[in-house]
Design a protein. Structure first.
Length: 281
């Protein structure tokens, strides 16, 4: 019983601490993969942006290096003057309805549109360095967000936030938190050096494909084909309303780990391609 209690406390700490969530550890891993795979000229231009920034570029949130850039949007969205950016982190689509990349994006307030808008700002050399650096951070972070399946997949439950869940034997989560926190930490840690490395040109060509709408569709498909059927122990669309609760068992965890690893890898290499494109001139 003592061992179970210690395990529960450890897993709960992973969720409570931003460094052990897709919004922390996961986002930094995506950025690390990208930095291993960008062109030398792109790296030089990113370094130059950090050097050129003046004053409190982060507006009270740390933004001094790529580790900060990977997580800055999660901090700044809670700061007055930036709260309007909260919807930029997701674009949910019900897994029981057809996917539509332009839905749930009023006035461009969604992750797909935010990536495209901020990528254009990053590429715009007429903008001040501070603005371009913030745009860089949004591109880095939101490319990670759109690859998290529950930032796209949904079933009347705010991307799993309204579904009570346990992670293995540990209760007290919701379904979104399971995927953001302990599952992501386990998958990335298990991936080790196979995740953060320089990929071959052939690997980059095969993986670094598509755009934000395509990436969102992939996430929605994972929600439709893996997450919600397992969460509902069958077909979620056969019942009315959201799933009230679920247990993400060890079998579910083992099935999910390679999926998370693929999404982190894809996000990193696609981000590298995007950064090369935006900073190539």
């Amino acid at each position: 019983m003592r061992a179970i209690a210690m395990l529960a406390a450890a897993v709960a700490a992973m969720v409570a601490t931003p460094s052990f969530a897709w919004s922390g550890f996961g986002h930094r891993t995506v950025a690390d993969i990208a930095m291993e795979n960008i062109a030398p000229a792109t790296r030089a231009r990113i370094d130059a942006l950090f050097r050129a920034a003046e004053g409190d570029v982060g507006a009270g949130c740390d933004l001094s290096d790529m580790d900060d850039a990977a997580t800055w949007p999660d901090c700044i969205r809670r700061v007055d003057g930036f709260r309007n950016t909260a919807p930029w982190h997701y674009q949910t689509h019900d897994v029981c309805l057809p996917y539509a990349p332009d839905d749930n994006c009023e006035d461009g307030d969604c992750v797909n549109a935010a990536i495209e808008t901020q990528a254009a700002r990053l590429a715009d050399r007429t903008l001040p360095a501070n603005e371009r650096l913030r745009a860089l951070s949004y591109v880095v972070h939101m490319t990670g967000d759109v690859h998290q399946p529950l930032h796209s997949g949904d079933h009347e439950d705010r991307g799993g936030n309204d579904v009570a869940a346990s992670y293995g034997i540990v209760p007290g989560f919701n379904l979104h938190a399971v995927w953001d926190g302990p599952l992501a930490e386990r998958a990335i840690s298990a991936g080790g050096r196979d995740l953060v490395r320089r990929y071959s040109a052939a690997e980059r060509r095969a993986i670094a494909t598509g755009g934000p709408g395509d990436w969102g569709r992939e996430s929605w498909e994972i929600g439709r084909e893996l997450i919600y059927p397992r969460a509902a122990n069958g077909t979620p669309c056969a019942q009315e309303g959201p799933i009230p609760a679920t247990a993400w068992t060890e079998v579910d965890i083992e099935a999910s780990v390679p999926v998370v690893q693929d999404r982190i890898r894809q996000a990193g290499l696609r981000l590298a391609r995007l950064l090369d494109e935006m900073l190539s001139n």
